[in-house]
Design a binder for this molecule. Structure first.
Ligand code: ADP
Length: 571
């Protein structure tokens, strides 16, 4: 990189004759240029490479490497090619001038020369060189702006866009610090206590959303308020900075540029540039570039931030979903283990229980010898409790099978009167005493296509409940009638069976819950009725296996009526 001289430009004089070299050097020096010298072609070329001067004055006749050679070699070198070369020739050697121009020299001066002539030639060539430099610099900056725009439109990674943006801007505009600050929420005129977030800063790639108090950044507030670029040329003198000067001056910044980022007229934040260039602020051109980049990036920024918000929300939902699936799998596994355990234990219990029931039945019927009155009563108790326990175990096993989807129906022509009779005889067993059961079976009851064992189980559950939850002696009514099914079901003809009691009833808000597993209206420890809350769940599942429905009407304290339907045919 060329060193900054602070002078008008840098001229290299390559001349072996010390007198001519001195004269030329003096002419340039008097005009305020920085001058360096070389006395042969090789050294001259070396100095050109090392110093990258703005102009070279090159003698034709030189030791080691002629002026023409130096010229030719410089033109082939990418870095040296743009440096203008003035050939120094003798007036009487016209062919040297032509040869020099052919080797790539830009102009010539003929010996003997006057200072005015030398300066006139030098100035023209220097101006051209400076103009070209400026053009190149501008092209570089606009190329950078184009690259930034391209990045911002092709990438949706917010942090990446922002970092490339600030990096390029800082490089192009030679800023010590380039950051992007966004305002939290909507920008308001009454900006009291408003906070901003520095999203990225080019000198700190690891910066993670630094919160700042906007009242300490008057240039940002001004840019937000006016919606236009704010330039603080000199923090030492600009009145805008009066309250914060003491804090900023020690940081070494000379000028500040804040370009607002606005999306559809709404301020989102600003591009903040700080420079330490002493005595030199941001140029018009640099301000234009900053404005251009800020404008071009805002759309992309908005898109990227929207996209990122969406992406992180989707990601959160996905993660949550994954966690739920995992928990679900674990629960399913646990459930399977539980079901297996319950099923195994139940089977193990059922075998000895069958013996208990069988033997106590034999004893109660005095088939193995006469019993005393008390012995008979106790044996009956054993038998009854044994049967209760067996029913409970059977319910648990059925529930397990229903959950595993392992229960199937064997449909056969079924006579409902037979079903009712079977239920009545088993109910007598359960209660021990004669229950008051009334029948209201319609005369035209058709045979139905059903799994009779399951229908017996359903009806038996309902009748047992009706007896369990009614005062002793109050009547239970079993009724059945054919009804027209609803159109949307496949089965247009149904049989509706109902069990009505005048018992304790069910509170209105729990009418649906009674069909859930393990649900009991009275769940307290002082519960007076035996059971595990599985009967209605099993009944509902079995009704549904037939393609029917089950529901309950009840008045709390007055009694309940459970209804269920069964399709007459399973076709
Ligand atoms: P269980 O009878 O073994 O508790 P069920 O599933 O058969 O289980 O019944 C669930 C609950 O519904 C019962 O505990 C009871 O609270 C309520 N219930 C069922 N039938 C009746 C009824 N006829 N009258 C009042 N409550 C009932």
């Amino acid at each position: 990189m060329k060193k900054q001289t602070g002078k008008k430009g840098h001229i290299l004089v390559i001349e072996d004759d010390p007198i001519s070299r001195n004269i030329l050097a003096n002419i340039f020096d008097n005009e305020g240029y920085t001058v360096s010298e070389a006395d042969d072609g090789v050294k001259g070329l070396e100095k050109m490479r090392a110093e990258l001067p703005d102009l070279v004055c090159l003698d034709v006749v030189l030791p080691r490497l002629s002026g023409f050679e130096v010229c030719r070699m410089a033109r082939k070198d990418m870095q040296l090619a743009p440096i203008p070369i003035l050939m120094v020739t003798s007036l009487d050697k016209k062919e040297d001038i032509i040869k020099g121009l052919k080797s790539g020299a830009n102009d010539y001066i003929s010996k003997p020369f006057t200072p005015a002539e030398v300066m006139a030639r030098a100035r023209v060539n220097l101006e051209q060189k400076f103009f070209l430099d400026k053009l190149k610099d501008r092209t570089k900056k606009f190329r950078m702006a184009y690259e930034v725009m391209e990045t911002t439109t092709s990438s949706l990674d917010l942090k990446r866009i922002l970092f490339i943006l600030v990096e390029k801007i800082a490089e192009a505009l030679a800023a010590e610090r380039c950051s992007i600050v966004v305002v939290e929420g909507n920008w308001r005129e009454d900006n009291n206590g408003m906070k901003g977030t520095v999203l990225v800063s080019h000198e700190d790639p690891g910066l993670n959303e630094l919160t700042i108090d906007l009242s300490k950044y008057p240039e940002l507030l001004e840019a937000f308020r006016t919606g236009s670029v704010v330039l603080v040329e000199d923090v030492n003198t600009d009145p805008l900075m009066k309250d914060v000067r003491d804090k900023i001056i020690p940081l070494g910044y000379q000028s500040i540029l804040a370009a607002p980022l606005a999306y559809r007229g709404e301020i989102m934040g600003a591009l903040l540039l700080r420079s330490a260039r002493s005595g030199k602020s941001f140029t018009e051109e640099e301000i234009a570039i900053a404005r251009l980049i800020a404008g071009a990036s805002t759309n992309a920024l908005k898109n990227a931030s929207l996209y990122q918000a969406l992406e992180s929300r989707t990601l959160r939902v996905e993660k949550l979903n994954e966690a739920l699936i995992k928990v679900n799998q674990e629960l399913e596994e646990l459930n399977n283990i539980k079901s297996e355990f319950v099923s195994t234990v139940s089977h193990e219990l059922r075998t000895p229980l069958t013996s208990i029931i069988g033997f106590s039945e034999l004893m109660a019927e005095e088939q193995v010898g006469p019993l005393t009155k008390d012995q008979k009563e106790y044996t009956r108790q054993i038998l009854r409790k044994g049967k209760d326990l067996l029913a409970l175990i059977n319910d648990i096993l059925d529930t397990g099978r229903i959950e595993a989807g392992k229960i199937a129906c064997r449909f056969r022509a079924t006579n409902l009167t037979d079903v009712v009779n079977a239920v009545l005889s088993s109910t007598r067993h359960v209660t021990g005493s004669e229950p008051v059961i009334q029948l209201d079976l319609s005369d035209d009851l058709p045979e139905i296509e059903a799994d009779s064992d399951k229908v017996i189980q359903i009806l038996s559950n309902l009748v047992t409940n009706a007896l369990k939850f009614s005062p002793e002696g109050t009547p239970i009514i079993i009724s059945a009638k054919p009804i027209e099914g609803r159109r949307e079901t496949d089965h247009s003809n149904l049989l509706q069976i109902s069990v009505a009691d005048q018992g304790i009833g069910i509170p209105a808000n729990l009418l649906q819950k009674v069909f859930e597993q393990f649900f009991q209206v009275d769940q307290g420890a002082s519960r007076t009725h035996p059971g595990a809350g599985l009967g209605l769940f099993i009944s509902k599942s079995m009704v549904e296996l037939h393609g029917g429905k089950i529901w309950v009407n009840s008045i709390h304290g007055r009694g309940s009526t459970f209804h269920f339907t069964l399709p007459i045919s399973q076709g």
